[in-house]
Design a protein. Structure first.
Length: 476
């Protein structure tokens, strides 16, 4: 059978053997393309027929599922300027464990690391980027120690390597490196035309395509790379399973936030529908519980959750006599909120070293928002395994400048005991911590509590508070 027929047959097998993945695969149009291997952008699967010809049918089925998985996880919508090559690796590290657990035979040398199982692509990227920086720093320290012993030839070689690395970093920031789009990297790029892997070729593909069934396949076979030219490993492809490119949008090459939201919602709905189809066929998609749960109960913006938490506690109404100071400097007059009662808020900061300056800066902005919006008094308490200090802030103290003290072990009990000792009656208590501690008060306090969980990917486990609301703060 031809590569195109093999791709169509792979879809049929997906529908019969893996109804969840097969249902989602029908959303993507098949397009023959001058590529090293294959890729998807949420609308189609582009594939090199010569590469597909080298795959077994089982591997072709897995390739289709791999590209569908990128779309299901919305990898084509979430890169947001991150370095392309590292992003590709992290996307594969996120989707491959799910596919392997489902029983797919991925082609080539699929990327897999047990420690990343169940993590989102953003979490993996953050860890990988940190490890890359640490490795580079260590190499630079070694070079500094050995640098004095380098002769001129060695220094010249090192400079050339630095220039090559700089070129690679610049190449990472391109959406689609040229070597991904052609079968022969040495070919004169200026001689290409439509269908040769240029943007014009993409446009031609879209114009020729159709909807549904056999019409979901594009490509006449003209201008395809000859067999054997694509057998080498693509240095720009992190594995042999195919890649994901950024969503192109329906209106322009740079889709708006609204377009991305529509695309995300569309894939969420399709994923839930595919789940129902699979259940009716007696299949429960393996490894999909967390993903489906996140679709049904999506993560909320922690800032909005925090605002709603405070708003429920404030007995307030709108006041046009005193406009909102937050917007008045920009010439925008909006009403402020007046309250009959003064908010007495305890803000406890875990000073064991788990809160970074960036995270503390974000939290400071949230606290300033409270003081700008409501008549409030914020009592800041610095604590690790004991109380290290406290400060009181009102609207007159804006902008806030917090001065953390401590950096010992963590214990949550001292803060709640301190509140009782001071005979305070707070409106609420907000505790900012990484929750890497299991020492909580035995008795739940009589006032509302919110835990701001600063989530770290350090590998340490965290506790679940026995009381209060928890909102997760993740800072990239």
């Amino acid at each position: 059978m031809t590569p195109l027929e093999k791709m169509i047959e792979a879809r049929k097998r997906l529908i019969l053997d893996y109804p969840f993945w097969g249902t989602l695969a029908l959303k993507l149009k098949l397009v023959e393309k001058r590529l090293r291997r294959g890729r998807t952008n949420g609308k189609r699967i582009q594939f090199n027929p010569n590469w597909v010809a080298t795959l077994t049918l089982s591997q072709t089925i897995a390739f289709n599922a791999h590209e569908v998985g990128h779309c299901m996880l919305k990898h084509h919508l979430r890169r947001n300027g991150r370095k392309n090559r590292l992003w590709q690796r992290c996307c594969d590290l996120a989707i491959n464990p799910i596919l392997i657990e489902a029983g797919f035979e991925l082609p080539g040398m699929p990327l897999y690391e047990e420690r990343f199982k169940g993590m989102s692509v953003e979490e993996i990227y953050k860890i990988k980027e940190k490890e890359k920086k640490e490795k580079r720093k260590k190499l630079e320290e070694q070079e500094d120690k050995l640098g004095e012993g380098l002769d001129n030839d060695e220094r010249l070689s090192k400079n050339e390597e630095d220039e090559e690395e700089k070129d690679e970093e610049e190449k990472d920031e391109e959406d689609h490196p040229e070597s991904e789009n052609v079968d022969n990297p040495d070919q004169d790029q200026s001689k290409k035309g439509p269908g040769d892997g240029t943007d014009g070729g993409d446009k031609q593909d879209e114009d020729e395509g159709g909807e549904g069934g056999q019409e979901d396949v594009e490509g006449s076979g003209e201008g395809q790379p000859t067999k054997g030219e694509d057998d080498q490993i693509d240095p720009d492809d992190p594995s042999d399973c195919g890649e994901v490119e950024d969503y192109p949008g329906e209106i322009s090459e740079q889709p708006s936030k609204a377009e991305k939201n529509i695309e995300e919602t569309d894939w969420n709905i399709s994923t839930l529908q595919a789940t129902e189809v699979a259940k009716k066929c007696g299949e429960t998609p393996g490894g999909m519980e967390r993903i489906i749960e996140e679709i049904i109960h999506p993560k909320l913006d922690p800032r909005e959750v925090f605002q709603q938490f405070i708003a429920k506690l404030a007995k307030d109404d709108y006041n046009w006599i005193q406009p909102n100071r937050r917007y008045i400097q920009g010439g925008i007059y909006l009403p402020s909120l007046k309250s009959d009662e003064l908010l007495n808020i305890i803000f406890a900061l875990d000073t064991s070293g788990s809160i970074s300056p960036k995270e503390l800066s974000i939290m400071t902005g949230w606290l300033e928002m409270i003081l700008e919006t409501y008549p409030a008094e914020i009592h800041v308490v610095y604590s690790d395994c004991r109380i290290q200090g406290d400060e009181i802030f009102t609207r007159d103290d804006l902008p806030l400048k917090l001065k953390p003290k401590g950096y010992g072990d963590t214990d949550f009990v001292p803060v709640f005991e301190w509140v009782e000792e001071q005979k305070l009656e707070p409106t609420c208590l907000v505790y900012m911590t990484d929750l890497c501690c299991w020492s909580f008060p035995e008795k739940e306090p009589c006032y509302p509590v919110m835990w701001i969980h600063v989530k770290e990917n350090s590998g340490y486990s965290h506790s679940e508070p026995p009381f209060g609301d928890v909102v997760v703060m993740e800072v990239e």
